[in-house]
Design a protein around this ligand. Structure first.
Ligand code: AMP
Length: 110
């Protein structure tokens, strides 16, 4: 059974895709928590950080984040977040990073 994000990657479910390459697809979050809120998703299905293989598409998330942040004009900074498991607040079981920007972030996060 493909994950929700695989369905987006395969264009079965619509999304506002802002970036893609051979390894990752990035699209705007449906419920944005900042003026810029983009999900960066490896094409390869991995449940989350706890199931991370040694190699794979997830290795390209950081470089995609840098590229997208530049194209979104986030010159004042941004935050990259991965929620893992119940306590981390993960709701979609397909590894993804949240790229948040366009406002000053708070620390510590909630
Ligand atoms: P997480 O809670 O870390 O697993 O993040 C899942 C994110 O996916 C949430 O921020 C949701 O708002 C977002 N989301 C859920 N469904 C969609 C969708 N169809 N298109 C874009 N973002 C979505």
């Amino acid at each position: 059974m493909p994950t929700l994000f695989t369905k987006i990657i395969q264009r079965e479910i619509p999304a506002d895709i802002v970036y893609e390459d051979d390894h990752v697809v990035a699209f705007r979050d449906l419920d944005p928590q900042a003026p810029v809120h983009i999900l960066i998703v490896p094409r390869q299905e991995v449940d989350g950080l706890a199931e991370l293989p040694e190699t794979g598409d997830h290795l390209y998330i950081l470089n995609a984040a840098k590229t997208i942040a530049e194209s979104e004009g986030l010159t004042s900074g941004y935050r990259l977040v991965i929620n893992q498991g119940v306590h981390g607040g993960q709701s979609v079981q397909h590894l993804h990073a949240h790229l948040l920007g366009g406002r000053k972030m708070n620390w510590p996060p909630g």
